[in-house]
Write a protein that binds this ligand. Structure first.
Ligand code: CO8
Length: 286
């Protein structure tokens, strides 16, 4: 994993809180670049001539980027965004999908699902910063992230039925879980796009920001999150997602096990000591 110090973080448009140039670029892939500033990594999907559409190479590089970040103890949260001014990701690459045979279709769907599932199960918070089209597989990718910040220019949609297919990267499932079956049904069956304000109203977007402030607002949200105990964040994610997939009884049992696990961490002792001593906690993630 190549890491280089970037000389001019401001030119790339990333915030350097407190002005410290702690920014570094991590990988040199064709479509996906990862840059780290402090405790936050930003993964940028950059295939702008095709509105960042997901071809197999893009999907693989997204997967690799997250795999690298998983083991990087200095990274406590991830921002995922699309390069350029027009799109987060305008979907799976329709040129590639057009070549699908019945069996390869299932495989393509499963492979994409697996990558998105790894993002959903990522042990550190992942925030999607959506500054334009998040359509089809792009909307599904945003849905696999833990939170979504949209710019006023964002448009979300699952237009697959208009192409004679259905959302195949978990969209029929995750959208309904997030916004309710009735609203998801309308979005999937019409294939219509919704704007950022509507996405916010139905709970698909957590924040709507002025277009020029998208990254700043997404970083601020993530900064508020990553000041908390990393292990506590990991267990909160685990417990909340498991709850959606389990009976109440199982979900409660898992919650208490995870709670018990956290009671054995140094972070728990530090968090509570910091409160009692009226100071900021210094979490170590263990
Ligand atoms: N795939 C491939 N190319 C795309 C895609 C895409 N999804 N979206 C945009 N592009 C390309 C365009 O073809 C164009 O390329 P070129 O310049 O070479 O002609 C370039 O990006 C710019 O796009 P436009 O000129 O169309 O830009 P506009 O501003 O006019 O329109 C839109 C923007 C409205 C976003 C329009 O590009 C569009 O409708 N795109 C397709 C959106 C779509 O239908 N997405 C869903 C795709 S299907 C999917 O995601 C399935 C996921 C589940 C798969 C499961 C596996 C089996």
């Amino acid at each position: 994993m190549a890491r280089t110090e970037a000389a001019r973080p401001a030119e790339r448009g990333f915030l350097t809180p407190s002005g410290v140039p702690s920014f570094r670029a991590m990988n040199e892939s064709k479509y996906v670049r990862t840059e780290v500033s402090g405790a936050v990594a930003t993964v940028v999907i950059d295939r702008q001539d095709k509105l960042n559409a997901l071809n197999p190479g893009v999907i693989e590089e997204i997967d690799q980027a997250f795999e690298q970040l998983r083991d990087d103890a200095s990274v406590h949260g991830v921002l995922l965004t699309g390069a350029g001014d027009k799109a987060f990701v305008a979907g799976a690459d329709i040129g590639v999908l057009a070549e699908m045979e019945p069996l390869s279709g299932t495989e393509v769907s499963r492979e994409g699902q697996a990558v998105l599932r790894r993002i959903e199960e990522f042990p550190k918070p992942v925030v999607a910063a959506v500054g334009g089209y998040a359509l089809g597989g792009g909307c599904e990718l945003a849905l696999a992230c833990h939170l979504r910040v949209a710019s006023e220019r964002a448009n979300f949609g699952l237009p697959e039925v208009g192409l004679g297919i259905i959302p195949g990267y978990g969209g029929t499932i995750r959208l309904a879980r997030l916004v309710g079956l009735g609203r998801a049904m309308e979005i999937v069956l019409t294939g219509d796009m919704i704007d950022a304000q509507r996405a916010y109203e139905i709970g698909l977007a957590n924040v709507v920001a002025p277009h020029g402030e998208l990254m700043e607002r997404a970083e601020k949200l993530l900064a508020r999150i990553v000041r908390n105990g990393p292990k506590a964040l990991e267990m909160a994610l685990k417990s909340m997602y498991a709850a959606a997939e389990n009976t109440m009884e199982h979900a409660l049992a898992l919650e208490s096990s995870l709670f018990g696990l956290l009671a054995s961490t140094r972070d728990m002792r530090e968090g509570m000591a910091a409160f009692l001593e009226k100071r900021k906690a210094r979490f170590e993630g263990r």
